[in-house]
Design a protein around this ligand. Structure first.
Ligand SMILES: CC(C)(COP(=O)(O)OP(=O)(O)OC[C@H]1O[C@@H](n2cnc3c(N)ncnc32)[C@H](O)[C@@H]1OP(=O)(O)O)[C@@H](O)C(=O)NCCC(=O)NCCS
Length: 140
């Protein structure tokens, strides 16, 4: 597996858009929209590839004051539950720390809380609805 930071609008970025739509939007009856990709030239893009294909990706949006928000974390369905998500998050945390970010947060789907908790994140506040499903703020 190769962890890499990818360039906005590159062919690899286009691959992540397809994975994000497939994993995060189509199951909800939605498509990836302009709202999802607005300002992504100002954000950081990370991915894991194997020899043949993209396995997982995530976007990091700087918030100021040393904080960054992870968005759109998606692992290819055939690869879920095999440690790829953990691997990606650990690599991304390391990369973000080296850039100088001190706090990472995300708006987590209720269904993914257990995953982020295993990586040391904690919930704060109550649930709210995004894309029609419950989410909660998490951070570490
Ligand atoms: C949620 C997701 C990113 C996790 O990635 P993954 O590669 O499947 O997870 P991993 O195999 O690395 O799991 C790491 C640990 O978290 C646990 N875990 C994984 N998904 C979990 C979930 N949804 N709920 C609770 N625990 C979970 C695993 O059992 C594993 O535990 P272990 O270390 O004790 O064995 C991935 O399944 C995914 O893309 N899901 C669909 C999209 C999604 O929900 N994205 C997040 C939006 S906020």
């Amino acid at each position: 597996m190769t962890f890499t930071e990818i360039v906005h609008n590159s062919p690899e970025y286009q691959q992540t858009l397809a994975l994000r739509e497939r994993v995060l939007r189509i199951p909800l009856g939605l498509k990836l929209s302009d709202i999802d990709t607005d300002d992504e030239d100002q954000q950081l893009h990370f991915a894991i590839f194997d020899e043949w294909s993209l396995l997982a990706c995530v976007v990091a949006k700087p918030l100021g004051s040393g904080a960054v928000k992870l968005r759109q974390m998606a692992v290819c369905p055939q690869q879920q539950g095999k440690g790829v998500g953990r691997h990606l998050l650990e690599f991304v945390e390391d990369a973000l720390r080296q850039i100088g970010f001190q706090r990472i947060e995300m708006s987590a789907r209720q269904s993914a809380i257990g995953f982020y908790e295993k990586l040391g994140y904690r919930t704060s506040g109550g649930f709210y609805i995004e894309q029609g499903i419950p989410h909660i703020k998490m951070q570490r």
